[in-house]
Write a protein that binds this ligand. Structure first.
Ligand SMILES: Cc1ncc(COP(=O)(O)O)c(C=O)c1O
Length: 447
């Protein structure tokens, strides 16, 4: 804290590599050709790019700067995938110059790439993002990609010797589904195989199918924690019940005259089937009575995945220092931390992991219930909406450690409002002893 100030993010690259190995092993078990791309958007630290190169896996990039980092780290083009939602002319010129394959999302993107390829007199390997898969008799909504029912026609018409996009070298198919449904991914993969078969009739070989990210991870030890939380949250609206979230916040549920509508809009923090086991369930999912892994092998199609959050399971923590204690106007005990809400924030309505409290002077237990608040000038600047029970009253300078924050929590929404410095990101490594090296320094010393 003295050296880097509060808060700091600590990241452990060896756990990240272990997470990669879990996926690698499951593909090996089923003899599936594969490439694993870390979805860099889940954490901005450059050291993850270096570690991917070192361990031999790829990186999924969402912007020109992310692509440039891969090139600077010496990652081969076949281990970089470009799924950026907006591909500027500069980005496409760069990937053409470096011959980095790109995943195309829409017709305008195709047209822009086509113009660049004509101008540069080059070709480029491309994949097409698919969406609109059929699931339970309905089409899955997405704002991304080409419609699964129209793509065979589009590619076969345009990506051919006589087609407009003859400079595109068709390489494969891609999808990334919102949410975490295993069945939807089984359907997505299955329908992508149909597209591959359709294209094969036009002599177009699908080399890969990339099923994106959204691979579940697990944050909790027991399902009972998860169930108890939901039960208590729902019961907290009853008159006379104490709040368990600030102002009885329902985390996205709606209270209509005492009846709760919907479910909390939070990440599914407890899962029995997660990471490699989640992927395995998809692999053994069936299409026409045959497991998907056999379909892939039969057609010699490589399976790709782009895990972000789940590659960062147990990779990082965020530590902040206690600045003050006070009561709000309704008597809640607030503990102010030297950090702001954007430094530990995701699209989940609350981060449902209990922090670890690290008092400088542990004392005999005298529990207290607190809310952690941050440095932005908003009434809603509660770092966690949940009330947290601590063993003793925090003192100024005590530390609070938020666990498992590497996936999205650290950087996805971080901002510099009020001109606060961004948190330092430190790579922790055990050499002779534990060392903490700033991410930028780690990068600079390895590139
Ligand atoms: C195209 C694409 N791939 C991969 C990911 C990573 O998803 P996750 O972090 O859930 O694994 C995302 C996340 O938004 C994405 O948009």
């Amino acid at each position: 804290m003295k050296e880097y100030s509060s808060p700091v993010n600590l990241l452990n690259l060896s756990i990240y590599k272990q997470n990669f190995l879990k996926y690698d092993k499951i593909f090996e078990k089923y003899g599936i050709k594969n490439t694993i791309f870390f979805a860099r958007k889940a954490n901005k630290c450059k050291s993850f790019v270096l570690a991917a190169k070192e361990a031999g896996f790829g990186v999924d990039t969402a912007s020109l700067n992310e692509i440039k980092d891969c090139v600077a780290a010496g990652i081969n083009p076949d281990k970089i995938t470009v799924t950026a939602a907006v591909k500027t002319p500069e980005l496409l010129e760069y990937v053409v110059a470096h011959q980095i394959p790109v995943i195309l999302d829409n017709r305008d993107e195709c047209e822009l790439l086509h113009q660049i390829l004509v101008r540069e007199n080059k070709t480029l390997q491309v994949g097409f993002r698919l969406s609109g898969f059929w699931h339970d008799g309905e089409k899955l909504y997405s704002r991304f990609g080409f419609d699964v029912d129209e793509i065979v026609d589009f590619i076969s018409t345009n990506v051919s010797e006589s087609g407009r996009y003859k400079r595109f070298i068709y390489h494969g198919l891609h999808f990334h589904l919102n949410g975490y449904s295993m069945e939807q991914r089984i359907n997505g993969l299955s329908q992508s195989l149909d597209v591959a078969d359709g294209l094969a009739q036009f002599g177009l070989k699908t080399s890969f199918i990339d099923m994106g990210g959204g691979i579940l991870m697990n944050y909790l030890s027991h399902s009972s924690e998860w169930d108890a939380f939901h039960k208590e949250l729902k019961q907290s609206i009853q008159p006379g019940k104490e709040e368990i979230t600030v102002h009885k916040d329902l985390l996205g549920m709606i209270n209509v005259e005492g009846k709760l509508i919907g479910e909390p809009k939070v990440y599914p923090y407890f899962n029995e089937t997660y990471q490699d086991k989640f992927v395995e369930k998809i692999l053994i999912g069936e299409k026409d009575g045959v497991p998907l892994y056999s379909h892939l092998a039969e057609r010699d199609i490589e399976l790709r995945i782009e895990p972000g959050r789940s590659m960062l399971d147990q990779v990082g923590i965020t530590i902040a220092q206690v600045a003050f204690r006070k009561r709000d106007s309704e008597g809640r005990l607030l503990v102010g931390l030297e950090m702001n809400r954007t430094q530990m924030f995701s699209s989940s309505a609350d981060f449902l992991l209990d922090p670890i409290f690290l008092p400088l002077k542990p004392e005999e237990e005298s529990p207290c219930e607190v809310y952690f608040v941050g440095a932005y000038c908003l009434e809603q600047e509660f770092l966690l909406k949940r009330k947290i029970t601590l063993d003793q009253l925090p003192q100024i300078g005590d530390l609070v450690c938020f666990v498992n924050t590497a996936g999205y929590m650290m950087h996805f929404y971080e901002s510099e409002a009020h001109l606060f410095d961004l948190a330092q990101n430190l790579i922790v490594e055990k050499n002779k002893m534990w060392e903490a090296i700033p991410d930028w320094k780690y990068w600079a010393s390895h590139t």
